[in-house]
Design a protein around this ligand. Structure first.
Ligand code: CIR
Length: 265
């Protein structure tokens, strides 16, 4: 089986901007501390590099408070990259900022362009066999249909699923651990959307641990969720825990902080 969904040669990150204090959040639990976020971000990048990958660090964009969360701007597939159309109005311009960087790496890129189409990368989970896209407050049916149409020629199969109510993104509540295994909250997996996959539940009360990333040989998970950590260790994964207290104040986690890909040869 291929391992396209978790083996990558490259990642792109963007430095957090000082304007991060104006970042979007569902519930205000206080502003993130920029210095602590920078320290967590540096640890995250070092860990990605530890797997042997090349990490391209883009400069901070003060005009876009949420721009550290680069995942939402694009979907990187083996055959090419697709620039998203974020459903948060304050984030629309971030996608255009990412486009030239991916064009340089991939050659041609595609774009979600419909005026009524909205879709954010946080709602997209690529597996070995399909692309699951959760409808959410940020991602609508038109955006999902446009992604399906654009990527059909690449042989991709897009399946529309649902993000639980009140949850920001589909991947806020799940992540891929290997070719056949998904870590998920029960409130998401109870919908039945992962039939056919092996499932590991996050521990009850540790729902915020569901957003991890499998990146080459490592699983990066947010620090502070010992029962879920122990389940992943018992299942044999090589783990790194990364501080996420500041991104969590803005509903961000491990997947949001990077685009992970292997540029088309
Ligand atoms: C937002 O609300 O858009 C940001 N504060 C958090 C984005 C997190 N991104 C992600 O889960 N992919």
């Amino acid at each position: 089986m291929s391992e396209r969904s978790f083996r990558f040669t490259h990642a792109i990150t963007r430095k957090p901007a000082a304007s991060i204090t104006a970042g979007l959040r569902a519930v205000d639990t206080g502003n993130p501390d920029l210095a602590l976020m920078q320290a967590h971000h540096a640890d995250y990048i070092t860990t990605l590099r530890d797997t042997g990958a090349t990490v391209i660090e883009l400069g901070a964009l003060e005009a876009y408070p949420d721009s550290v969360f680069v995942e939402d701007t694009a979907l990187c597939l083996p055959a090419g990259a697709v620039i998203m159309r974020p459903g948060a109005p304050s984030r629309l311009g971030e996608a255009a900022e990412m486009a030239p960087h991916l064009a340089a790496l991939y050659g041609d890129i595609l774009q979600i362009a419909g005026a009524d189409s909205f879709i954010e990368g946080g709602d997209i989970l690529m597996t070995e066999t399909e692309i699951l896209v959760g409808r959410s407050a940020r991602t609508n049916a038109a955006g999902i249909a446009e992604l399906a149409a654009l990527t059909a020629d690449w042989g991709e199969v897009v399946r529309e699923v649902h993000t639980p109510p009140g949850v920001l993104h589909f991947k806020t509540d799940c992540s891929l651990l290997d070719s056949e295994t998904i870590l998920s909250t029960r409130r998401l997996s109870d919908s039945g959307c992962f039939a056919g996959y092996r499932l590991i539940d996050v521990a009850e009360g540790e729902e915020a641990a569901a957003n991890t990333i499998r990146f080459n040989n490592l699983v990066l998970m947010p620090a502070g969720f010992p029962r879920t950590r122990d389940r992943l260790l018992a299942a044999g994964y090589a783990l790194r825990e990364i501080g996420n207290s500041e991104c969590a104040k803005l509903d961000g986690g491990m997947s949001c902080l990077s685009l992970r890909f292997t540029p088309r040869a």
